[in-house]
Structure formats: C-alpha cells, structure tokens
Design a protein around this ligand. Structure first.
Ligand SMILES: [Zn+2]
Length: 432
C-alpha cells in the first residue's frame, strides 16, 4: 500500500468489526484521515513504508470510545452539587448555568472535558449545553468529533421564537465545522410542550439530523410528565412522532415492558448513563432487558457534575457490574456487550457506523492504544475482560482522531494542560 502516513505495528487489535475479530500481532495502516488496512503482521510486506511507525508490541488497539451522552462544560460544576436528587440537583445547576456561564467559560470547560476524555480514550462525544457554539468551535479547533446541535427548552423562560431562529441558523451553517456531527435536541419532555416538540420534529426532518433528549430518568420525572400530559415521557415522545431509528433517548431508567417493546419497534436508541443514574439516586436502567429485546443501547457519562468524571472505561465497568448485581445473574451484560455499547452501538445510534465505531479499512482513523504491560493487566487470558474490568485511564497510551495523534505516548499534543487547569480552576472558583 502506498502513501501510508502512519503504521501501527505489533498491537493486539480489537477490531469490533462485524465478526468481532481480534488480531494478535496486527498492523493498522492509516492514510491521511482514513484507515487503509487492518491485518495480521504476516500479511504486510516487509518493505512497507510509512511516514511514521508506532511500534506497539504489548499494546492493545481498540476503536475510539464514543461518549453517547454528555454535557461537556459541566466540568465547571464538578463536585459543586452533591447528594441531591435529579429535581433538586437540576434546580441548583440551572440557577448557576443561567446566571454565570458565557461563551468563554463554556469554551474553557469544554476544552478541559476534551482533554480529559482524550486521556481516557474517547474520540467522539455528544454534547448538550448552553453556548453550544463555543463547544463546537473548541472541538473543531482541537480536531475532536463532537455530536452537537441546538437544544430546545423552556428552562428559565427563554424566548421560544428567538431560540428556534438561532437553532435554524446554527443548523444551516454547521457544515462549516469539520468535526461536528449535527443533531437537534430537546432538554426533556418536562421542559418542552407540544408546540416546541412539533418544531423539533420539523427541524429534525428539514435538516435530516438525529434527535436526542433526556427521558424517564427518575420516578418523579415520569410521575410529573404523567400528571402534566396524561402520558409517560416515552408515550409522549411517541405522540410527538419523535421515536424512530434516528432518535437517541438518554437514561430510560424507568420503563414498562410495553415501552421497551415500543423502543424496539420504532428502532429508538438508548444512551445508558449508569454512574449518573446511581449518583442522583435515579435507579438502574433495564439494560439487560433492552438488549434482550433488541434495542440498540449505547453508553454515556452524562455531565461531570453528576458523575463526576468523563471516564468511559469506568462507565463500561459500572454498566456491566450493575446488570449482574441488580439481576443476581453474572451472565448478563458480557464484556463484549459493554465494549459494543461504548463503540459500535454509539456509532449506530448517531448514524455514524459507516465512519467510526470499529477498526476497519475505509473507516475514519479513530484509534486508541492501551499499554497492557502493567501489573494489573497480567496475565492476559481475555482481552475484553481486561478492557472492561482491569484497564484504567492511565493505561491509555496513544489516541488518534481522524488520523491525527492527539495523545502521543501519554502526552496531549493539542493542549497546554497547566494553563487549562489554571483557567478552569479560576472560573469554577467564582461559583458559590
Ligand atoms: Zn444529561
């Protein structure tokens, strides 16, 4: 193969391709932003040249992790609101978000989130937040895949027509961002009404983008929506014609059997956020039941104010342990399923599985190398077990996004970490 920019040689490659193939002593060839080949070392010509070679013996290559639900600049509120349920937590967070945030602080909080996620092997993340264009600009500047778009909500009595005009304007010009995957969002069914959701549907169709919202996160939310609308959040979204294969619902903790069936029938995707659900005392989502029913479930950290980190390796572990413990059945949520949720399922949910989510020729070069030459990763009987249960963020050695090396043997290439920590620390220090 000619014109190879990067060759990764000697790694164990966890491809997550359709056959879930694992290649020992493998080679990944990258040409510009694209994977040119994933194959056993024996099939690569001895004289294969590349502009750069990463010798990766003892390292494990996985597809870049996809954080399917988050609020990036919530890093600013990390550790700020503790030991409250969803409703009290939201009331306190919204008060500060509406009064204290601006494009500059959101940009700084987002930059910190991206640095944190890249260090944890995340190459693509969803974002729903205020001053969302500031986050898009930062992601584009860094070269990080960001799933984002305007959120519709009545929080703080925001003026609706102005919000919709701004949403249209953003969606019309969003192609200018190379690294932003556009979506339309609504905060929830309890902060929107039918008119607002009709507009969301209109924008979803007009711009042909996926839609995401929070749904059925805790018991009180379901009861509140039932009292307001006579329907559960899932039923209400269905009545808005917003359940389909291009919809991603975050949380879905409290679902009836028939609601799981409805998600399956409509092809609706679910973004599971186990640590946030635990921390806010929201409950444990019926992930095993959803997977058994054939619902596409992906994985997210939610914001750093309710997690309190953006660690997808930890999130996989929590997701797997929770289903086993909650159901008293160790067969539920296998290590392979946990990794699927953090990679290919997230790509499918957002309609990106032709581009990312697995290591295969012709996909984008979003590649993570973990250093398995560690005490806690020896011996290696089962690479999936180590990825889900033993590996941690400090084992992430190299991260490549779109063919660009963002973490190079432990060094972030696009960030000044000291300056970033100082800035975010001083902004956060202003919240009381
Ligand atoms: Zn959320």
């Amino acid at each position: 193969v000619s014109s190879i920019d990067l060759m990764i040689r000697g790694a164990t490659i966890v491809t997550m391709n359709a056959d879930r193939q694992v290649i020992e002593d493998g080679v990944i060839l990258v040409s510009d932003d694209t994977i040119a080949g994933v194959l056993p070392a024996g099939q690569v010509p001895a004289d294969q040249s590349a502009k750069r070679v990463i010798q990766a013996d003892g390292l494990v290559a996985i597809p870049g992790l996809i954080n399917a639900h988050s609020h990036l600049a919530m890093t600013l509120f990390r550790g700020f609101v503790e030991d409250l349920d969803l409703q009290d937590w939201l009331a306190r967070v919204w008060k500060y978000e509406l009064s204290a945030l601006n494009a500059e602080s959101v940009g700084a909080g987002s930059r910190l989130a991206l640095a944190e996620m890249i260090r944890g092997g995340v190459t693509c993340a969803h974002d729903m937040y205020w001053h969302y264009e500031a986050t898009m600009q930062v992601a584009d500047e860094i070269g990080f895949r960001l799933i984002s778009g305007p959120p519709i909500t009545n929080i703080g009595g925001l003026e609706f027509n102005g919000m919709v005009a701004q949403a249209r304007k953003t969606l019309e010009s969003i192609q200018a961002y190379r690294y932003v995957i556009p979506i339309i969002q609504a905060q929830s069914t309890y902060t929107t009404d039918r008119r607002m959701m009709n507009t969301v549907l209109e924008l979803k169709q007009a711009f042909d983008v996926p839609f995401t919202t929070h749904a059925s996160e805790n018991r009180a939310e379901v009861e509140q929506v039932k009292a307001q609308h006579g329907m559960t959040p899932i039923e209400l979204l269905n009545s808005y014609h917003l359940l389909d294969s291009r919809t991603i619902l975050a949380h879905c903790v409290h679902l009836r059997d028939d609601e799981i069936d409805l998600l399956k029938e409509t092809g609706t995707n679910v973004a599971h956020c186990p640590e946030s659900n635990l921390k806010l005392g929201s409950g444990i989502a019926r992930v095993a039941d959803m997977l058994a029913a054939g619902v596409n479930v992906c994985l997210g950290t939610d914001g750093a104010a309710s997690n309190n980190d953006l660690n997808m390796l930890g999130e996989m572990r929590t997701a797997a342990l929770l289903q086993k413990g909650a159901h008293q059945d160790p067969k539920l949520l296998t290590t392979l399923q946990a990794l699927e949720m953090a990679t290919i399922n997230g790509a499918k949910a957002y309609g990106m599985d032709h581009l990312v989510g697995s290591l295969e020729a012709d996909k984008k070069a979003d590649i993570v190398l973990l250093d398995f030459r560690k005490l806690h990763l020896i011996p290696r009987h089962d690479v999936y077990a180590h990825l889900v249960y033993s590996a941690n963020k400090a084992d992430v050695d190299t991260v490549i996004i779109d063919g660009r090396v963002q973490l190079d043997a432990g060094r972030l290439t696009a960030f000044d970490e000291e300056a970033l920590m100082a800035k975010v620390g001083s902004i956060g220090g202003g919240f009381h």
